[in-house]
Design a binder for this molecule. Structure first.
Ligand code: ZN
Length: 73
């Protein structure tokens, strides 16, 4: 079982959002990326994460960004 204190300090590497434990994986509460846990060690790598539906690359993850970026001129 994953250490609860460890879980509390872990954040999504994309946008530093909170994670929730689901089964044997950690899921970002913001972007939905799924990080698996192997031998009690969470694999916190975007390249290894399972991407949510509709997202085909890690660059498309919208994590921790509540505000829309200002338009570029
Ligand atoms: Zn995220």
């Amino acid at each position: 079982m994953l250490n609860k204190e460890l879980l509390e300090i872990l954040v999504c590497p994309v946008g530093k959002s909170e994670l929730r434990l689901e089964g044997d994986a950690l899921i970002c509460t913001s972007c939905g990326a799924k990080y698996r846990i192997e031998d009690d060690i969470p694999i916190m790598l975007v390249d290894e994460a399972e991407l949510p539906e509709g997202v085909s690359s890690p660059e498309e993850l919208n994590c921790g960004q509540q505000e829309t970026p200002p338009p570029a001129f």
